[in-house]
Design a protein around this ligand. Structure first.
Ligand SMILES: [Zn+2]
Length: 122
């Protein structure tokens, strides 16, 4: 194996580990609250964010249980790469303005709707 191939191998492993970390944080395996589904976010809060953490850039709303989470720019970029409805491979923090992530499940609930979408706040 030449050096270039070794490098690619390491890179691939890194990506896979990241995917696993993201999946576990979003859809943790432990039994949590019962997901009833069809929750709707408070659009007024989404429009005027009051993030708990200084580095948060966007909300993540779980339709499964109604949990509203927030993520920083690094996590948001990872989520946008996982999002099923966007063809933009990478998104800058500026482009999160007026948007939020909708997820079918989260670490707090037992929903099996494992999807994530970057949505406009209408
Ligand atoms: Zn949830």
């Amino acid at each position: 194996m030449n050096l270039k191939k070794q490098k690619n191998h390491k890179r691939r492993f890194y990506i896979m580990r990241n995917e696993k970390t993201i999946k576990e944080s979003l859809f943790g395996k432990t039994e949590k609250i019962k997901a009833t589904g069809n929750h709707i976010p408070d659009k007024n809060l989404l429009r005027q964010p009051s993030f708990e953490r200084e580095d948060s850039v966007i909300y993540v709303f779980c339709v499964g249980c109604g949990t509203l989470g927030e993520v920083n720019a690094i996590s948001a970029e990872k989520l946008s790469n996982r999002a099923t409805d966007t063809d933009a491979p990478s998104v800058s923090p500026d482009s999160f303005e007026g948007k939020y992530f909708e997820s079918g499940a989260c670490e707090n609930c037992d929903s099996e709707e494992q999807y994530i979408i970057l949505k406009d706040i209408d």
